[in-house]
Design a protein around this ligand. Structure first.
Ligand code: HEM
Ligand code: HEM
Length: 190
């Protein structure tokens, strides 16, 4: 049977699966890059890595907007009947929070570079100059957005850790299809 592009009532389609893994792995990579680049001693390498972090962040922002648009037009499959009532309530809230972090994190990073008095232009993958957000530059605003970006990054990472733990619990302890259904797409008949 051919794999379905859209979600069905019980399974994810391949478009959601592709977007989930592409963005999910890029998000984790982006966190690792952010963590490493502010701890590197070579100023030159740190500068290059921050430019890469900005490029990847803008790409992620574009992909996540696409993902949310796709999700709004394409309902998620219902959870299997084995899932308890508390998790039935918590899972959509956790997913909503993950979407919120995926939007808020790149926006806070964009705000941070926009208000910086260093005025280093953002050039995603050296292709074009990304305009700054219309925010006033100042050292105080830069400190504010740096702190906001920091808190969002670490809170987002904690939520992702919880999300991955929940997925592994479903697979190895509860032995249901919650993890496998975001790995293999639905076929037309499901
Ligand atoms: C999903 C997207 C993003 C994630 C997960 C992320 C994550 C991080 C992390 C973990 C750090 C290091 C925090 C620390 O330990 O001090 C960081 C720093 C930074 N990020 Fe992001 N970031 C994202 C998007 C962006 C974007 C779009 C921009 C700019 C356009 C950006 C600009 C920066 C800058 C300039 C720093 C250095 C801040 C400083 O020197 O204190 N980030 N980011
Ligand atoms: C790499 C480890 C990851 C694993 C094993 C994993 C696993 C899963 C699983 C099993 C589901 C399906 C849940 C269900 O059927 O209700 C899911 C959905 C989801 N994941 Fe992940 N995930 C990972 C990374 C991420 C990351 C890094 C993010 C975002 C920062 C993310 C965001 C989401 C969202 C928003 C959904 C809900 C999709 C929907 O709208 O239905 N995941 N993930």
């Amino acid at each position: 049977m051919r794999a379905s592009i859209i979600n069905t009532p019980t399974r994810y389609g391949w478009a959601t699966i592709l977007l989930h893994w592409l963005i999910g792995l890029a998000f984790i990579g982006q966190f690792a890059l952010g963590f490493a680049m502010v701890r590197i001693s070579s100023q030159r390498t740190a500068f290059e890595l921050i430019q890469l972090h900005k490029s990847l962040g803008f790409l992620l922002l574009g992909l996540i907007i696409l993902r949310i648009a796709w999700r709004l037009g394409n309902a998620a499959p219902a959870l299997p009947s084995s899932v308890g009532s508390l998790e039935r309530l918590a899972a959509p809230l956790a997913h909503l929070a993950l979407y919120a972090f995926q939007i808020a994190l790149p926006l806070s990073g964009w705000a941070l570079v926009s208000v910086s008095t260093l005025e280093i232009p953002s050039m995603p993958f050296n292709l074009f100059v990304m305009p700054n957000l219309p925010l006033a530059e100042s050292d105080a605003a830069e400190s504010f957005w740096a702190a906001a970006h920091w808190y969002l990054a670490y809170a987002g990472a904690a939520l992702v850790a919880l999300h991955v733990t929940a997925a592994l619990r479903h697979h190895f302890r509860l032995r249901d299809n919650v993890l496998t259904r975001i790995v293999t797409p639905s076929s037309g008949g499901e």
